[in-house]
Design a protein around this ligand. Structure first.
Ligand SMILES: Cc1ncc(COP(=O)(O)O)c(C=O)c1O
Length: 332
């Protein structure tokens, strides 16, 4: 058994799990049990094969099916890609490869990159890999193509985690500019299918063979998960209609008070209005009143907190959050 110190830890996940069951949960980005269309579609699941699922994903991304690697969710996809790239660049130039990330960023991306052997580049320079969630978790926004090109400048590989993309109609990223593009995605968020654990990585054409060798750790997705993911994929337009309507409704609720939130492309928002107090203190005050939010320090930005807009209970949860802020004198 591995010791605690060598085992990768995801402190954000631990924080959320430690505080499960509070009446107002604005910390969960998962969609378990939220979508009626998903419940209906999963009642009529026919057997299917992974090749068909890969073909459907490949078609939407405009790539050959051999470039799609099915995984147990986006977490595994990000992990396999980062371990592959760390080895590849360490072999090429020796020493520790470097990665550029944004702040704030979804913390497991950073934790996994470090665990795979990357050094995080804090000063201007040319990292081997640029890594981001887009739309961003925790900010919920999409990067413009100019900003993405600037972020990627000088790197050889670009890994974009598109876990939240399907909450809006934004098309998948098609090209990484000067860098080789790796994409990851999942059925666990916009498809409300947390329990299926099906996601994927899309490798650049030039590295498909090398990545196939590196991804020997992939042990195949259970047939029941493949069949269910196929059922959801076939019912894709029905599900996305429902999930986007819910998301837009929650965005409208949020934007009544925070107008800049009307541009959100993903069901997360990073509240910086708390900066005089700090994210930890606001999160603690929330906990005392049964409101769970994620302290910004987990994302590398301790002045704010992240809240999620995934649930149908969002209007009530957000009202409870606003009363905590009102008591603390934080409302604008
Ligand atoms: C940006 C991002 N990537 C990956 C994941 C994990 O996805 P999965 O549950 O498919 O492993 C999450 C979960 O919230 C996420 O926000």
């Amino acid at each position: 058994m591995r010791s605690d110190t060598s085992h990768p830890r995801f402190p954000l996940g631990e924080y959320i799990r430690r505080h499960a069951g509070l009446p107002h949960d604005l910390a969960q980005s998962g969609m378990r049990g939220e979508l009626a269309s998903v419940r209906t579609l999963l009642r009529r699941v026919e057997a299917g094969n992974p090749e068909e699922l890969s073909r459907r994903i490949a078609r939407r991304h405009g790539v050959g099916p051999e470039r799609v690697f099915l995984t147990h969710g986006a977490t595994e996809a990000n992990t396999l890609v980062l371990f592959h790239l760390a080895r590849r660049h360490a072999r090429r130039r020796g020493g520790h490869p470097r990665v550029r990330v944004r702040r704030p960023e979804y913390p497991p991306l950073l934790d996994t990159a470090r665990y795979a052997g990357f050094r995080v580049l804090r000063t201007p320079g040319e990292p081997e890999v640029a890594l981001l969630s887009n739309p961003s978790n925790p900010e919920g926004t999409l990067l413009s193509s100019d900003a993405l090109a600037e972020f990627t400048r000088g790197s050889r590989d670009l890994l974009v985690d598109e876990t939240f993309r399907e909450f809006s109609s934004a098309p998948p990223l098609k090209d990484g500019g000067s860098a080789e593009l790796w994409l990851t995605g999942t059925f666990t968020k916009a498809f409300g299918a947390d329990d299926l654990r099906v996601g994927y990585a899309i490798a650049p054409a030039s590295q498909v063979e090398a990545f196939r060798n590196a991804s020997w750790l992939l042990d195949g997705i259970p047939p029941a998960s493949i069949a269910s993911a196929l059922a959801l994929d076939r019912g894709r337009s029905q599900i996305l209609r429902e999930v986007r309507a819910r998301f837009q409704q929650n965005v409208r609720t949020l934007a009544e008070f925070e107008p800049e939130a009307s541009v959100l492309a993903a069901p997360v928002w990073f509240d910086r209005t708390t900066s005089t107090l700090g994210g930890d203190r606001l999160a603690r005050a929330g906990l005392r009143r049964g409101v769970l939010v994620c302290p910004g320090r987990f994302f590398g930005e301790p002045r704010g907190v992240r809240i999620c807009l995934t649930r149908s209970s969002f209007p009530a949860d957000f009202a409870a959050y606003r009363s905590v802020k009102a008591e603390l004198g934080l409302l604008r």
